[in-house]
Design a protein around this ligand. Structure first.
Ligand code: X8Z
Ligand code: ZN
Length: 607
């Protein structure tokens, strides 16, 4: 009794957490005296304290991302630093409960607190300040980046990307490919400085380095996780190699085999995307000879005069059809849907819940294309997930694992089938099944082509964050991995100062990337489970769960869990299995695999 009073009193006086009060009261050996209820009280306090700074910090990040300038940069860096320092401080304190016997829920929260940060700041004030400053600088350099042919002739990433999607002029493609990578050259030094500081922070938290921290977020030992990824990649790899072989052959026919040598990786500028991460935009170059009717969503959106808002409303209505509540009025008032003319913004799409309540928003420089229609569903998937877990305790407000967050909207987008497009009046007739190879190829060019890219980004980062790869080798190792996993190569020799990883948003922004690899596996598992629940009989590629309240309920039941349980349980809840598994992908694309292997007869595959 006395002990509790003393603790409470000291805590009240110094405004510190119960734990630090306890440590002061029992300096000699505080840990032995801590109990399970101390741990709970500590967590309650930590969550309350983090919550206080989280919302202002989110507003500052939003202000910066939607208006990049020196003032918003300063405020967002400052609040980001305050937030990260607070979490890091509690994460360190949490270690004091390592040997205290606590229930599973408390242990889970303590662990989540310990590994919650992405780039943990060290205790040293100067260093944590510098870390936040570099963070915000790198984000700003990416967001404001553009390629200038001459001083007055500049082009931004959104416009370059749009041109690269449709242009078949190899010189222009190369120019943009190369031009965009000038933006990241000055990032390299800042990036390596930031890695060194964050590694100090990770060590203070008891991790070997940031790599171990990142790999340790998956409810299994950090060193087991990469093996799990290898297993999943092994399931997809043969199919990817078939796709690669066909695409390379067709690109060789179009551009000539001097431009696309048939025994080497594919030059990275020719695949319809700035990073060669999705290839759907070159469907016309690789499509079957036989006429295939494949819905052209971009054309349909244009014909029906969809604007940005109408595209988002249409995506919202899909979620509504599943029984999800409509988005709040403030979503429409506060979101950013179009690239403003008068200021720099971070155009890379994102979804936000600023107050962990109802302040949902997306930020996206929407292009009126079928590709972006999918991205809108992707972003709204984040928003509906955020809303579903908002009533969980703060430490459980997140997805089962980060791949789940990235998979939800994509899962819904897999239901944008011809049947659905006809239902909403975007097309008049549903092509019959003789056209399925074309449609499967279109989907595979985006989804299957992405998978090795989704894997290689963090294969690179883990090596960098662990110190295995040092700055002088950053770029070479990046291209070794691009080559190894994707079979893609730089179209021109890279300069010694090049920092090509920095030309991909998630590197300067420090967003882990394995989540997208996982999402590309999970979304097919989710799609299959939801199609079964919706009782859609057709082949998986023709299934749409549109309008199925049963599917919506099953999905929501999983989303509501947030991260309150290991992801294996969340997966089981929806799909009946605890394992991530790419065999659904194999089933989904089986006819296409057969077709590709026929096309590849007599071709020399591999690189
Ligand atoms: O970054 C994204 C989303 C926001 S979380 C638009 N994606 C990855 C990328 O663009 O590189 C979605 C798929 C992969
Ligand atoms: Zn996302």
């Amino acid at each position: 009794m006395e002990l509790i009073q003393k603790k409470t009193l000291i805590a009240a006086i110094i405004g510190a957490s119960l734990l630090s009060a306890n440590a002061i009261a029992h300096n000699e050996s505080p840990d032995q005296r801590l109990t399970a209820s101390d741990a709970k009280a500590f967590l309650d306090n930590a969550q309350a304290e983090i919550e206080k700074i989280q919302t202002p910090s989110a507003h500052a990040q939003w202000s910066y991302a939607t208006n990049i300038n020196i003032d918003t940069a300063a405020v967002s860096a400052y609040l980001n630093e305050m937030y990260s320092n607070k979490v890091a401080q509690f994460a360190k304190e949490a270690a004091k409960f390592n040997d205290v016997k606590v229930d599973a829920d408390t242990r889970r929260k303590l662990n989540l607190l310990r590994n919650g940060l992405t780039m943990p700041p060290p205790a040293d004030d100067k260093k944590s300040e510098r870390l936040a400053e570099i963070n915000s600088k790198l984000e700003g350099m990416y967001g404001a980046g553009e390629y200038c042919r001459t001083e007055n002739d500049c082009i931004n990433l959104v416009d370059m990307s749009a041109e690269m999607a449709t242009s078949r002029d190899k010189d222009l493609l190369l120019e943009y490919w190369k031009g965009w990578r000038e933006v990241s050259v000055p990032m390299k030094e800042l990036y390596s400085e930031q890695v060194a500081i964050a590694n100090e922070g990770a060590k203070e938290l008891g991790f070997k380095n940031v790599s171990e921290l990142w790999r340790g977020k998956y409810d299994m030992p950090a060193d087991e996780f990469p093996k799990e990824l290898d297993r999943l990649w092994g399931q997809v790899q043969p199919f990817y190699e078939s796709l690669h072989c066909h695409v390379r052959a067709k690109l060789g026919e179009h551009y000539g085999t001097d431009v696309v040598p048939q025994d080497q990786p594919i030059p990275a500028h020719l695949l319809g995307n700035m990073w060669a991460q999705t290839w759907g935009n070159i469907y016309d170059l690789v499509k079957p000879e036989q006429e295939m009717k494949v819905p052209d969503v971009t054309k349909a959106l244009k014909e029906q005069q969809y604007d940005e808002i109408k595209m988002v409303k249409q995506a919202e209505s899909f979620f509504s059809s599943l029984g999800f509540e409509e988005l709040p009025e403030t979503f429409w008032e506060r979101s950013l849907f179009q690239k403003p003319e008068d200021r720099d913004v971070q155009c890379h799409a994102s979804a936000w819940n600023l107050d962990d309540k109802e302040d949902l928003r997306i930020k996206m420089c929407i292009q009126k294309t079928g590709e972006e229609f999918n991205v809108i569903h992707h972003e709204l998937g984040h928003n509906y997930y955020q809303r579903a877990y908002k009533d969980q305790p703060l430490l459980y407000r997140g997805s089962a694992n980060d791949g789940f967050h990235e998979a939800i909207g994509d899962t819904i987008a897999l239901s944008i089938t011809p049947k659905y497009l006809k239902q909403i009046g975007l097309i008049d007739t549903i092509p019959d099944e003789s056209n399925d190879i074309g449609m499967l190829l279109q989907v595979a060019l985006d989804k299957i082509a992405f998978i090795p890219f989704g894997l290689m980004v963090d294969q690179w980062r883990w090596k960098v964050l662990s110190g295995e790869v040092t700055p002088e080798n950053y770029n070479d190792v990046w291209w070794e991995l691009r080559n190894k996993y994707q079979g893609v190569m730089a179209p021109i020799e890279r300069d010694a100062e090049a920092f090509d990883p920095g030309a991909k948003y998630h590197v300067p922004a420090n967003v882990p990337y394995t989540r997208y690899f996982l999402a590309h596996i999970l979304q097919f598992q989710f799609h299959k489970a939801l199609c079964d629940i919706a009782n859609d009989q057709g082949p998986l590629n023709r299934c749409s769960i549109y309008g199925s309240k049963e599917a919506g309920k099953a999905l929501n039941d999983m989303l509501e869990m947030g991260m309150s349980e290991p992801w294996q349980n969340a997966l089981e809840k929806l799909t009946g299995t605890k394992q991530m598994d790419a065999s659904t992908i194999q089933a989904y694309f089986a006819p296409l695999k057969k077709w590709l292997d026929e096309q590849n007869q007599g071709r020399q595959c591999g690189w």
